[in-house]
Design a protein around this ligand. Structure first.
Ligand code: ADP
Ligand code: ZN
Length: 748
């Protein structure tokens, strides 16, 4: 409602008007004081912490949340403004406010920025009663002469979604003017009403039986179910190779939570690529779960937000941002593929969703399950020191064996040149593919590089095609005849002449990307049905579903893919996996280079031999003695983790020491360097911690901004947050310089 307050009441009031604190969704760190709104009767309306309100800030009106703590009564009244309106959405619970505060203090992001994620505005606030929502009139045919143009059809398609649409969203999403919508309303094909829309999702069914679990699976499932019923916080690693039944096991826990009447959050690393997971969920529970990710339409986003807050969505499956939704009674969190790097958000608020999931579970007093075949070193160390529990699933379900992993030494088995150009597949790998195809089975070639070639250079002058805005080479995408920057999206047509020396027909593609492997595979195996699976081709869940289907029903027998193929798909006829360049991720000296490469290759290898056929994995490497290759070959994950732990402990690196990265960026290089120099001069001396830098950041130029980096390295017992806060407050940057703090950077 609007407060409808008459300003004269304000002056005549002898009593001091009541105030409260409101945290607005701006990058500010503390709540501001406001005057409580007046009702139609002239009385002030008391608000509780958590209520969502609209308040004036400067000349703008912004959403905010009534925050805990008393307003400062000493601030003169005339300095304060009045709350404008109050949303009828359910107030944010204390546990979510606590979580917002915690995330803010841990990540050093302003509280208002973290809160903004929780409100996911403007959607949450459009839920104020009185919202006019457009719906399809089901079964109504257009009258004679009323033509369904393409624009009208777009509107009709959108409103067939159950949530109901606000005019502005609908017009924007359908790319039509509002008169098109009004026209459809006049024609009686759509209707709008102020009624409160239905914000619920169908409840999953808990009477559908899952598969009969093996003894080991049953024990793990029982343990998880007991935790769910206890309503206390605990963190448990569900540890088992791909195919051991982790998903089946945690589905039992999901069911238990639903029976308790509590909500479940399942975090998946890449929800857009999770069509198979969603299908499985639907088979198991009879309905689709509520989804939460960046691709949701505004209407569905609003509906989901409300359903979650009112407890009318029992299971939410989402990307990392689903962590901060206003659950009514969260009873279980599952982080599937907990080791995945994509759980780290590096934009806005920098946080790791796995770690924040543990905190969220703690705030809600519920268990959190981390599932993985290749747990992060951090997680394993937490198991060892007793902070996390562990449940182990023995082997693959149904006794399918793990694939044999063999190394192909590229120094001896050099991929031969085809007469048309360079080749990337060794003799050994070609032979294995031939055998697999002849046996009527499927093979997969893995290369974690999108596009045709990672580098284009001039044969005449050696010029390399670089992104004008980033320290990065342009990647050729031959399908579109374009060069593209994978960091900023810049793209340009492939030129005929070298931009540097003007020589013509002199640009050559260097190195392989997946498109080039497809080209080679088609030449080598003209009888095969080759398909490409990369994020450029899997642009929607529907496209992914199609592709997965055509692999499962064997229309495709030679699959080429980037890391999107590594993500938990079951391809029963796939028996051979060839990794084109196993060393790719090891370059660059990154903190997690070895760990990430091990995890990725292990996961890719896990695609081979899921059913009765034994799988075989061939890794092409130039460094077969590297510990990553050796442990992959031996299938010895724990040995890898042990070696990795030793290396990290020696370097006092996480999880044995703490790390924070400070990224400083700006459009003017000399101004940036001056600022970095003053920061460097202000570096404090602290026992047990050191600050390194400035050094060029990994992408020294990104989207036209120059970037420098400092690193804070400290002992486990010293929090880098305090150091960063104190140090950074000593030197104030100009408005053109941005300082970002990344606590526990994922890579460096
Ligand atoms: P993970 O999540 O560990 O990779 P999944 O839960 O996906 O393993 O199980 C792998 C495959 O084995 C799936 O197709 C799953 O349905 C099947 N499976 C696992 N456990 C059982 C079981 N007890 N009975 C029947 N099928 C099972
Ligand atoms: Zn770029």
């Amino acid at each position: 409602f609007e407060s409808g307050h008459d300003l004269t009441l304000f002056d005549q009031n002898t009593k001091k008007p009541l105030r409260c604190r409101v945290q607005v969704i701006l990058p500010i760190d503390r709540p501001y004081d406001y005057i409580l709104p007046y009702g139609p009767d002239g009385q002030q309306i008391n608000l509780e912490p958590g209520q969502i309100v609209q308040v004036p800030v400067g000349r703008r009106i912004l959403p905010g949340v009534v925050w805990d703590g008393a307003a400062d009564e000493d601030v003169p009244l005339k300095k304060l403004k009045e709350i404008i309106s109050v949303s009828e959405a359910i107030p944010l619970k204390a546990e979510l406010r606590k979580f917002v505060e915690w995330v803010s203090s841990y990540t050093l992001s302003p509280q208002g920025s973290v809160l903004k994620m929780a409100l996911s505005v403007p959607q949450a606030l459009e839920t104020i009663v009185g919202q006019k929502l457009y719906h399809l009139v089901v079964g109504r045919e257009p009258q004679e002469g009323f033509r369904i143009t393409a624009a009208r059809q777009r509107v009709l398609d959108l409103v067939s979604d159950s949530g109901g649409w606000v005019l502005g969203d609908l017009a924007k999403e359908a790319a039509v003017s509002s008169s098109v919508i009004k026209g459809l309303e006049q024609a009686g094909l759509i209707e709008s009403y102020f009624d409160r829309p239905d914000f619920s999702f169908p409840a999953p069914k808990s009477d559908i039986k899952g598969p009969e679990l093996s003894h080991g699976q049953r024990e793990a499932a029982d343990d998880l179910m007991a935790r769910v019923r206890e309503h206390v916080f605990s963190t448990v690693l569900l540890d088992g190779v791909t195919g051991s039944g982790k998903t089946e096991v945690y589905f039992e826990a999901v069911e238990a939570a639903m029976k308790e009447g509590r909500q479940v959050l399942v975090l998946l690393p890449e929800i857009a690529l999770s069509s198979q997971w969603l299908d499985r969920f639907e088979q198991r529970f009879g309905v689709a779960p509520a989804e939460w990710h960046s691709e949701l339409s505004p209407a569905l986003r609003r509906k989901t937000w409300r359903a979650v807050s009112e407890g009318k969505a029992s299971v939410v499956v989402g990307a990392r941002s689903a962590l901060i939704l206003p659950y009514d009674n969260l009873g279980l969190i599952i982080v599937d593929e907990e080791h995945e790097g994509s759980f780290k958000q590096e934009d806005g608020v920098y946080y790791h969703a796995r770690d924040m999931a543990v905190v969220r579970a703690k705030c809600c007093s519920c268990p959190v399950v981390l599932a993985s075949a290749t747990p992060a070193l951090e997680t394993m160390i937490n198991v060892q020191n007793g902070r996390y529990d562990r449940l182990i699933l023995p082997g693959r379900h149904g006794g399918a064996g793990m694939p044999d992993v063999e190394l192909i030494d590229l120094r001896f088995d050099k991929p031969e040149r085809l007469n048309t150009g360079p080749g990337w597949l060794s003799q050994a790998l070609r032979g294995a593919i031939r055998k697999t195809l002849d046996a009527g089975e499927q093979a997969m070639l893995f290369l974690n590089r999108r596009g045709y070639a990672p580098l284009t250079l001039c044969r005449t002058c050696g010029h390399r095609m670089q992104c004008p805005h980033c320290t990065a080479w342009l990647v050729e995408h031959r399908r579109f005849a374009r060069l593209q920057c994978h960091h900023c999206g810049f793209n340009t047509a492939l030129p005929n002449a070298c931009p540097s020396c003007a020589a013509e027909d002199t640009l050559v593609a260097c190195g392989p990307g997946v498109e080039r492997i497809v080209e080679e595979a088609k030449k080598l195996f003209p009888d095969a049905n080759v398909a490409l699976m990369a994020s450029d081709t899997m642009t929607s869940p529907a496209a992914t579903r199609e592709m997965v289907k055509s692999i499962q029903n064997r229309e495709v027998n030679l699959l080429v893919g980037t890391q999107v193929v590594a993500k938990g798909y079951h391809f029963p006829y796939l028996t051979l996996v060839g990794v084109v360049d196993a060393d790719l991720g090891l370059f660059g000296g990154d903190l997690r280079a070895a760990e990430r490469t091990f995890q990725l290759l292990h996961q890719v290898a896990g695609r081979a031999g899921r059913a009765e056929h034994k799988g075989r994995v061939l890794l092409q490497t130039s460094d077969p003695n590297h510990p990553v290759m050796q442990t992959l070959k031996a299938g010895d994950r724990d040995k890898f983790l042990e070696q990795e732990a030793e290396t990290r402990a020696r370097g006092h690196l996480p999880p044995f020491g703490r790390l924070a990265a400070i990224i400083v960026s700006g459009p003017d290089e000399s101004e940036l360097d001056n600022f970095c120099a003053s920061l460097a001069r202000a570096i404090p001396q602290i026992d047990g911690a050191q600050i390194l830098g400035p050094a060029p950041a990994p992408l020294a130029l990104l989207r036209g901004k120059f970037r420098r980096r400092f690193l804070i390295m400290s002992k486990r017992s010293i929090a880098p947050q305090g150091i960063a806060k104190e140090w950074l407050s000593r030197v104030k940057p100009s408005s053109r310089i941005r300082v970002v703090v990344d606590i526990d950077p994922y890579s460096f």
